[in-house]
Design a protein around this ligand. Structure first.
Ligand code: ATP
Ligand code: MN
Length: 468
């Protein structure tokens, strides 16, 4: 008996090999019952469903279970027999023979009670919320999506490159940055003329920041390895207290040599569809729970995306549609201004009722590296817009012409000396290339149906919040 090996709850729930001794370890989700028998729902995180442990009162009177701390939240080991369940709702259960408590959770103090908690409340106990049904489901889906991303790229001949987290440029063109420094807070070294802090004396001998995007370095790799992607954390110090922005989020950024905007759109569409299909195939129990609990349309929305093409149109065509829309918008629509999320959502949710790819935006509202169109007014940008989310992907064909790129940098006040290496890519063996950035948590918002981006990452970072 001593060498009985531990089995995961999921393995046991799928097992057809009954009437044998088993050993499981996990956390008590609930304990209920009467004076003859007690039922313990045991979950070890291996999957959505808990296994039912049946504890006979002769051996395990309720008073003894209570005294031992076999309560909601306790960590326990159960040894017993796996048998066909007498009750409804599960095929198998464990007839307990021995219950060992690793750690109790005082029922009077344990913050996770049986009653449902609000997502806001759970955010304040981010160290315990992974033990809830909701966050267990979200975190397993998050894992599945990360795996599916690597799997997709690996199957399609992309190489995974690690781009730096600390960057020496503050001109990546994607948002406000967080400074990285080891200089002292009190009396940092000043420049000779006292005009400011002397970063030459800082750790890296220059100002450094946390990256807002791995794209520029991914371009380096694409112009050598052909098709590459990065998948790592990115940081934006924008004061964006919205349900769709984090200060620290994960971004997936493929970059491909010899791809134009069309190829880029084809990839983005196939990529997103296959990720959603993967979730439907591999996370049915977690998705069904989220569908039933939070969003009755979730599964049908996911299937819709898998089965339908995205609508492609230009920014200019979108502006025309928005201008003639009957709906009143808070922000005006004018050619040349960025679309607000109300506009994006109108196009996706009301007008086309499907995912939309908008292309060829005015150059003045997009980054310096996007390839200029022949008309000189727009660039080869693409944004993928999703129902309930708005922008999920931003991408473009990149400017591969050295002179045009330098002109765009000058116009947008991007200092050439910081990006000398980026410019050299256009000097030596330049080639057409394209890529995009998918916000991993935006993808998870869509796949899980959660409403707030703070609930699809284990430890959210947002203004005034870096606890845990
Ligand atoms: P938005 O207009 O929504 O702020 P953006 O134009 O700043 O997005 P990009 O710079 O193109 O976004 O970044 C690529 C992708 O990264 C976006 O399409 C989005 O999915 C995601 N993303 C951008 N900013 C954030 C953020 N603060 N938190 C989470 N995801 C983000
Ligand atoms: Mn932004």
């Amino acid at each position: 008996m001593a060498d009985l090996r531990r089995t995961s709850v999921q393995e046991l729930l799928r097992s057809t090999d009954l009437d044998r001794d088993v050993l499981v370890r996990g956390w008590v989700r609930t304990r209920r019952g009467n004076k003859y028998v007690q039922f313990i729902a045991l979950n070890d995180g291996s999957g959505f469903n808990s296994i039912q442990v049946v504890a006979n009162a002769e051996q395990f009177p309720e008073e003894k279970l209570k005294a031992d701390g076999v309560e909601n939240g306790a960590a326990v080991q159960v040894r017993g027999r796996l048998v066909a369940s007498q009750g409804k709702g599960q095929a198998v259960e464990i007839q307990a023979e021995e219950i060992t408590v690793y750690g109790t959770a005082d029922p009077a103090a344990y913050p996770l009670q049986k009653k449902g908690h609000t997502l806001e409340f759970l955010r304040d106990i981010a160290h315990l919320r992974p033990r809830t049904n909701t966050f267990g489901a979200v975190l397993r889906i998050r894992h599945a999506m990360a795996f599916a991303i690597h799997d997709y790229f690996n199957r399609h001949g992309f190489y995974y490159v690690h781009t730096p987290i600390i960057t020496g440029s503050d001109a990546e063109g994607a948002g406000q940055m967080f400074r990285v420094t080891t200089l002292p807070d009190q009396n940092p070294p000043l420049m000779e003329d006292k005009s400011g802090v002397d970063y030459k004396q800082d750790f890296f001998g220059k100002q450094t920041n946390l990256t807002v995007s791995g794209q520029l370095e991914a371009e380096v790799a694409a112009l050598a390895l052909g098709k590459v992607y990065t998948f790592g954390p990115t940081f934006r110090a924008e004061n964006s207290n919205t349900a769709r922005h984090l200060a620290e989020f994960w971004m997936v950024e493929p970059e491909m040599a010899f791809y134009d905007l069309q190829d880029n759109m084809d990839l983005a569409e196939d990529f997103l569809r296959s990720l959603v299909r993967y979730a439907l195939e591999h996370c049915p129990e977690d998705l069904q729970f989220l569908n039933d609990q939070y969003d009755k349309e979730l599964l049908s929305r996911l299937r819709f995306v898998v089965d339908n093409d995205f609508q492609r149109l230009t920014y200019t065509e979108a502006v025309d549609i928005l201008k003639s829309a009957k709906q009143k918008f808070e922000f005006p629509v004018d050619w040349g201004t960025d679309l607000q999320s109300e506009h994006e959502r109108y196009l996706v949710e009301k007008h086309f009722r499907k995912p939309v790819i908008l292309t060829n935006y005015p150059k003045d509202i997009k980054a310096f590296y996007m390839k200029l169109d022949e008309d000189g007014r727009t660039v080869r940008a693409m944004d993928v817009l999703f129902p309930g989310i708005g922008e999920i992907i931003g991408g473009s064909q990149r400017e591969e012409d050295l002179e045009k790129l330098r002109r765009r940098m000058a116009e947008m006040h991007v200092p050439e000396h910081e990006l000398w290496w980026y410019l050299e890519l256009r000097k030596y063996g330049t080639a057409p290339h394209a890529g995009f950035g998918l916000g991993f948590e935006r993808l998870l918002l869509f796949v899980t149906g959660m409403a707030n981006i703070r609930d699809v990452i284990p430890f959210p970072r947002y203004p005034k919040s870096a606890e845990f």
